[in-house]
Design a protein around this ligand. Structure first.
Ligand code: TYC
Length: 123
């Protein structure tokens, strides 16, 4: 198990922790820093899917409002989906990607749009 300590150190606190002497307290410092690991989180793409009903303006607005795209990039992503069927909007951790998609789909349904976004793992 990994724990975040006060000064931002990541220290191991599992049984295999060699810096922990038998019966004694775990030692921290240089020894611990050498053991520092960066567990890179898995990343997930938010995919925008084309449909025949949502207006180009609505899609462009959604990309700006929910994904902080400027108008030019939002239009490029929208047009890619419009012309090819789908486009990658952004890449996030799973929680953020799923939450963004949920928010957009809620907003789209309230506005009577069938706009579809999905989440897929990065390869
Ligand atoms: N195809 C839609 C239209 O012509 C526009 C559109 C673009 C809809 C991209 C969805 O993801 C989309 N009105």
């Amino acid at each position: 198990m990994w724990q975040l300590k006060d000064r931002g150190l990541i220290v191991a606190s599992d049984d295999k922790d060699k810096s922990k002497k038998p019966g004694g307290k775990r030692q921290e410092g240089i020894e611990v820093l050498e053991r520092q690991k960066t567990d890179t989180p898995k990343l997930f793409r938010v995919i925008l899917h084309n449909d025949d009903y949502t207006t180009q303006e609505f899609v462009t607005y959604v990309l700006q409002a929910f994904f902080r795209k400027d108008n030019t990039e939002a239009r490029q992503i929208m047009l890619k989906a419009h012309m090819t069927g789908k486009a990658i909007v952004a890449v996030y951790t799973r929680d953020v990607a799923e939450s963004k998609v949920q928010q957009v789909m809620d907003y789209a349904r309230k506005n009577e749009s069938p706009l579809l976004m999905t989440v897929e793992p990065e390869t």
